[in-house]
Design a protein. Sequence first.
Length: 313
Amino acid sequence: MLDVKRLQVLLKVVETGSVSAAADELFYTPSAVSQQLRKLEEEVGQPLLRRHSRGMVPTDAGHVLAGHARTILRQMDAAAADLASLAGLHGGSVSVGTFPTAGGSFLPLVISRFRHEYPAVKLDVRSQRLEGLVDLLGRGEVGLCLLWEYAWNPLDPKDFDLTPVFDEPTVLVVGSEHRLADRTHVAMADLKSEQWIVRADDHPVAEVLERSCRAAGFTPRISFQANDYQEAQAMVSVGLGIALAPFSAVVNHHPGVKVLSLGDEAPSRRVVLAQRHDRVRAPAEVAFQSLLMQVAEEWRRDLENRALSQPSS
């Protein structure tokens, strides 16, 4: 059986290109690194490194073994993160990932109740965009993670264990002085002549806008690209345009805007709770997920009540 520490030494030499540099990073002496490499070569029965004018370079066998070493060490880091969370509900911790709109609306409701019921459990909450959250989850830096998906870009259940949390509608945001501000429900066809404010940097809501307008038979005219939903609402409030947003982005809306229903004329997005398939779930994580799903059921009922209160256009 291969020694994990020797694999770590090999990988560090391959990555740094020299025995001395690897020794510095691992806090070994160069002779200790050389000794570990010799023992590893004896274990595998073939040379793993060769000297080059610029230092040490891996042989073909060294390349293959370094690749496996990188995977093994990453999995061991993830295992250590899993074990660190197994202290239970009388201590321990729960690490949670979230995206900004959920972090500014739904998740604080869950956290408030969880801290009240389990005050001894430490909560570590990280907020990032989707790509960053997937990376944190894969590396074991968060155990539970709220993610989102639309029908045209679903998350792959092969990557993570996915539990649907709730579907949230896309709503229309108009200024309080807008011609439609006294309405509660609007059809996309009524918005053909409007100027639109949209999120910048190819944000997903930009595709929601394109698809919704195209289905209604027109192309949106963009007047402003906002960096976040707060900026978008501010620009809507002064009449620069109107905007689409997922419901959770406007739960706490700007005082100068009105939030109107579009019914099913704009795509909704699904919020899911993700975790790694291979993760050993700590009791605290089980409790957090259970509480999260309870709050989600209340959130869903609230969304349904809002939808039922909207008259048809």
